[in-house]
Design a protein around this ligand. Structure first.
Ligand code: PLP
Length: 364
């Protein structure tokens, strides 16, 4: 008798960005710059931190299993009823929850090759068929290719907008015909983890599109601009019927008490959000220019990160060489970009350090 089902035996675990402590321990250095996981370079909101500290005094109690106050705060912010809002232990949990809740044994999950790996992992961990459409022009979702792969068995389509790790994005005029072509019983998940860093004209208003497309589920996170990646908090917006089913499947206390309190405070800290956005909007083009100046092809990005490709290079090797210079970036060979690196937009001095370290590494 097999210990686990074959779809579990064949899983490759998610490879996270290297933690700072691990790099410092392994290399015997300190002051490492971590530009590997698209975290907020300014840290958490001070208001969220104060709320988290206060909440920590009550962790002998179970959290509110319905996250009532947090969902109410989100509802007020988003202009949607609380019944349309669901929360999770990071949006990653919500990705898995959506697959577990809605995708039947013989149904499939569709996404783009080279996109966020959690979609693939969620489908595979649940033993569901995964269909991936190749990207067009290397770094862009191919909506026509995705549409061509939608069948009666396609239950969930995952689209990251902006995409990770490429940073590329879909415009409303591209997305709407796709949504119109997808059958009603196919759920389309628009993962907007990086929405708050978008400044491109023509970007879709996903929440508004829900009125026309009730099969749309929007996912967002507190891990990026809100600076709470370590607390694990994500949320989604979907029609109440769908939220009701997700609620039945999720673990009873899936969002902890500290995260609920910090999330509410972070939502209210508009200054911190504005500062965090300003940093990325100012530094993203500056870092892109620095990397391009070293001969890398920098993919236009709407996230707090850049994909930079050096054709012919070995991204894994560049990653290792940069580690030795005290800069942690993300190799993306596993995403099908073996000659590229994904780098988070950090504080100005971190970005300068990355460019200088890369210059040194490339001169060798
Ligand atoms: C596209 C995308 N979706 C979701 C997530 C997961 O975020 P969370 O920390 O909320 O699980 C990430 C994190 O990197 C991401 O890039």
């Amino acid at each position: 008798m097999a210990l686990v089902p074959s779809h579990v035996a064949s899983l490759t675990p998610y490879v996270p960005g290297k933690p700072i402590e691990e790099v410092e321990r392994e290399l015997g250095i300190s002051g490492v710059a971590k530009l590997a996981s698209n975290e907020n370079a300014l840290g958490p909101s001070p208001l969220a931190l104060a709320a988290a500290r206060a909440a920590a005094a009550r962790v002998n109690l179970y959290p509110d299993g319905s996250a009532f106050e947090l969902r109410r705060a989100l509802a007020a912010r988003l202009g949607a009823p609380p019944a349309e809002i669901f929360v999770g232990n990071g949006s990653n949990e919500l990705i898995e929850l959506i697959v577990r809740t809605f995708v039947l044994d013989d149904e499939a999950v569709l996404t783009s090759a080279g996109s966020f790996v959690a979609y693939r992992l969620a489908a595979q961990a649940a033993g569901r068929t995964l269909v991936e459409a190749p990207m067009r022009e290397r770094f862009h979702y191919d909506l026509a290719g995705l549409q061509a792969r939608v069948t009666r068995k396609t239950k969930v389509v995952f689209l990251a907008n902006p995409d990770n790790p490429t940073g590329t994005w879909l415009l409303e005029r591209e997305l709407v015909p796709f949504l119109a072509a997808v059958p009603e019983q196919t759920l389309v998940v628009l993962d907007e983890a990086y929405l708050e860093y978008v400044d491109a004209p023509g970007f879709p208003d996903a929440l508004a599109l829900r009125a026309r497309f009730p099969n749309l589920i929007v996912l967002r996170t507190f891990s990026k601009i809100y600076g709470l990646a370590g607390l694990r908090l994500g949320y989604g917006v979907a029609r109440p019927e769908l939220v009701g089913f997700l609620d039945r499947v999720r673990a009873p206390f899936n969002v902890n008490l500290v995260a609920q309190a910090a999330g509410i405070a972070a939502l209210g800290d508009v200054d911190h959000v504005a500062r965090s956005r300003r940093l990325v909007l100012e530094e993203r083009p500056r870092l892109a220019a620095g990397l391009a100046g070293l001969g890398l092809e920098v993919v236009p990005s709407q996230g707090n990160f850049l994909l930079a490709d050096l054709p012919g290079a070995d991204g894994q090797r560049l990653f290792q060489d940069l580690l030795r210079e005290g800069v942690v970036v993300r190799p993306v060979g596993g995403y099908g970009f073996p000659s590229a690196l994904r780098v988070t937009v950090g504080r100005p001095e971190e970005n300068d350090r990355l460019v200088e370290a890369l210059r040194k590494v490339l001169e060798r």
